[in-house]
Design a protein around this ligand. Structure first.
Ligand code: SF4
Length: 246
């Protein structure tokens, strides 16, 4: 499928009724379940061989990667290498993969020809951040998820915005998104990391509580919303992979 066709599909594919019913059933069934139970069911019973974790290897990623590795270290992990990540994120991705024994990490890059056409100078993020996220995240993710029925996200209700009412399972286009950490707090993430000796992303100690691409990520004050440093000063709060029906 061409990049343009993929983008059109991404922007316009609603969840099927069947997918919607399945997601609602699962969300009700696991509405009070701990993260490990949700993940174990999703990976081993509901979507065996048809589920991937999508991870940014950001500030909160280690806990979910560890949970998944404990269940099955060969679970596919999709890392969207937008080619705009901090160098620290790329080294953290390698370090965590090794420590956790993850054996199936897939580094997904944007299409070279599409980047040459739409972002030849590399600063599309300044002119049109939504178009940049579509080019570097949404379209590559759509291709990477081909053949999967479900994908796992690390979103949490305490992040606020459109995440406050997230269910554990939700229909999204041809896929079901699994959100095992919806009820976790920032303290839960820290306690889990400490209990399992998980290394922090190196930028956390420099004041970055949420980490994405370098042009769109800034430090945040301790009393700021956790995602306040993302697209600071813009109305944008999500990168697009959670706004499209991927
Ligand atoms: S987060 Fe910023 S640099 Fe990264 S893809 Fe989106 S707009 Fe582009």
């Amino acid at each position: 499928m061409s990049v343009i066709a993929t983008a059109r599909k991404t922007a316009s594919t609603p969840a099927s009724d069947e997918n919607d019913v399945r997601a609602r059933r699962l969300a009700m069934q696991f509405s009070a379940s701990p993260a490990h139970d949700i993940l174990r069911h999703a990976i081993q019973e509901e979507f065996p061989g048809k589920i991937a974790l999508v991870s940014s290897f950001g500030a909160e990623s280690a806990a979910l990667l560890h949970l998944v590795a404990e269940i099955d270290p060969a679970t596919p992990v999709i890392f969207l290498d937008t080619e705009k990540h901090f160098a620290q994120t790329l080294s953290y991705r390698k370090k965590l993969a090794k420590q956790l024994g993850l054996t199936n990490i897939r580094d997904i890059h944007p299409d070279k020809e599409a980047v040459a056409e739409k972002d030849p100078d590399g600063d599309l993020w300044k002119r049109d951040a939504d178009a940049c996220c579509t080019l570097r995240k949404v379209v590559p993710l759509t291709g990477a998820l081909d053949g999967f029925d479900a994908w796992i996200t690390g979103r949490k209700q305490f992040h606020g915005g459109g995440r406050v009412n997230l269910p554990a399972f939700e229909a999204s286009g041809d896929h079901i998104k699994v959100n095992p950490l919806i009820r976790w707090t920032a303290d839960d993430v820290q306690h889990y990391a400490a209990a399992h000796d998980l290394p922090p992303h190196p930028l956390v100690e420099q004041g970055y509580p949420s980490i994405g691409c370098w042009p769109c990520t800034h430090p945040a004050a301790a009393d700021d919303d956790i995602r306040a440093g993302r697209w600071r000063g813009a109305a944008k709060t999500e990168c697009g992979i959670h706004m499209s029906a991927v």
